[in-house]
Design a protein around this ligand. Structure first.
Ligand SMILES: Cc1ncc(COP(=O)(O)O)c(C=O)c1O
Length: 397
């Protein structure tokens, strides 16, 4: 017999992928340039030249057997050293190479982080709206995902609602800032309050509640601001990072977990992740892209296009009467749909070749997400279509 759990998951397909497939198929009919596909979070700006240059240099100069050989279970020491030094200099925490675990993107990082601090049957708390893949990431570890309802006015943390979700089984809280899908950037006040709550709840329940901080969008923050570093606020933090968005390398599958120096069991967590890898069948990310990225830690792609796109869409949505908190970062915006049922709203948008994702999968019913990692020229061309869609379908809004 095949595995029934995974078989059942086939009927519960990823809506974002389905919409993106729809957009690709529609593109074959009318030309992809005419489909305003805001469905997928695939970067629209290339990796920095330095990434290509360093990859070429490594290929030309490194000894091939060494470059392409197996890495140690806990990752390439050069990568670990560079990441630890960069994080320490940037955020003022004393990371050492032993606290860094290179992974296959943020997905791999979260898979390891969750398993290292959560046991089957325990709970991981997330705050809506949240990245829908957290469901399989957490369930795959045998844990339960507990969702705190969203704070609609600004998409910061709804602490009042969290009170009812905490339990003795809460082993970890998983946050994502800057946030996919809302674009919210958690403020210092939010992170400070979260740290206080976690400290208090850890005392109340007699065990440490870990913070898993998923940060693929750390570098994509608007208005010249910076994302406050969650690990600075709470010692028991496992920071999950990815090079998918900051240097536009989602296909390379590279990232890392950084265990905070003062985290409970800090010295054991990375070696434990090495053991977790054995069971997951995931042993270190690909060596060449990971090493090349480690030489580009202080660089990003040209991320300014995302802010330009955000402003174009935000201004248009506001002008058309949408309720929409202004994103502080990422390449997502999440307005309230113009009818209660966001799925119906997104279906109507398809008639105008506008591909939006309903918020339901992000635990944000009534909202929809637009991913504006597309060319600015296309965003500009989409604005009249958005206007036409809204004025035709919702004349009395
Ligand atoms: C919030 C969030 N976490 C994790 C991931 C997974 O990223 P990666 O490509 O690094 O596995 C994504 C990808 O879109 C994401 O948006």
């Amino acid at each position: 017999m095949v595995n029934r759990e995974y078989l059942a998951m086939l009927s519960n397909k990823n809506v974002i992928r389905e919409l993106s497939e729809y957009a690709t198929a529609r593109g074959k009919e009318i030309g992809y340039e005419n489909v305003f596909d805001f469905s997928l979070g695939n970067p629209s700006v290339p990796a920095p030249d330095s990434y290509r240059d360093v990859s070429i240099r490594l290929l030309q100069e490194e000894e091939p057997l060494k470059l392409h050989g197996y890495n140690p279970t806990l990752g390439d020491p050069r990568v670990k050293e560079k990441v630890a030094a960069s994080l320490s200099a940037r955020f003022g925490l004393a990371y050492t190479p032993g606290l860094i675990f290179p992974t296959a993107g943020a997905a791999g990082a979260i898979a390891h982080a969750v398993r290292s601090v959560v046991e089957p049957g325990e709970e991981v708390m997330v705050f809506a709206p949240y990245f829908s893949e957290y469901n399989p990431y957490v369930h795959g570890a045998g844990a339960d995902l507990r969702v705190v309802p969203m704070k609609e006015d600004d998409f910061q943390i709804n602490f009042e609602a969290a009170e009812a979700i905490f339990s003795e089984k809460t082993a970890a809280v998983l946050i994502n800032t800057p946030n996919n899908p809302s674009g919210a950037v958690y403020t210092e006040e939010t992170l400070q309050k979260l740290a206080e709550v976690l400290t208090q709840k850890s005392q109340q329940y007699g065990h440490t509640i870990f913070l898993i901080s998923d940060e693929p969008y750390r570098e994509i923050v608007f208005d010249g601001k910076k994302q406050a570093y969650p690990a600075k606020f709470y010692p028991h933090t496992l920071t999950c990072y990815s090079f998918s968005k900051s240097i536009s390398l989602p296909g390379e599958r590279i990232g890392y977990v950084a265990v905070s120096p003062d985290c409970e069991q800090a010295e054991n967590l990375v070696p434990m992740m090495g053991q977790i890898s054995r069971g997951l069948g995931h042993n270190c990310p690909s060596s060449l892209p990971m090493l090349a990225a480690a030489y580009c830690l202080e660089e990003t792609s040209d991320l300014s296009v995302y802010e330009t796109n955000m402003n174009l869409l935000y201004d248009t949505f506001k002008e058309l009467g949408f309720t929409v908190p202004r994103p502080g970062g990422t390449f997502y915006i999440m307005p309230k749909a113009l009818e209660e049922n966001a799925i119906a709203f997104c279906k109507k948008a398809l008639k105008y070749d506008l591909v939006f994702v309903p918020g339901d999968g992000f635990h944000a019913p009534g909202f929809f997400r637009a991913a504006y990692c597309v060319d600015t020229e296309k965003v500009e061309r989409s604005l009249p279509a958005i206007r036409r869609f809204v004025e035709t379908e919702y004349p009395n809004r």
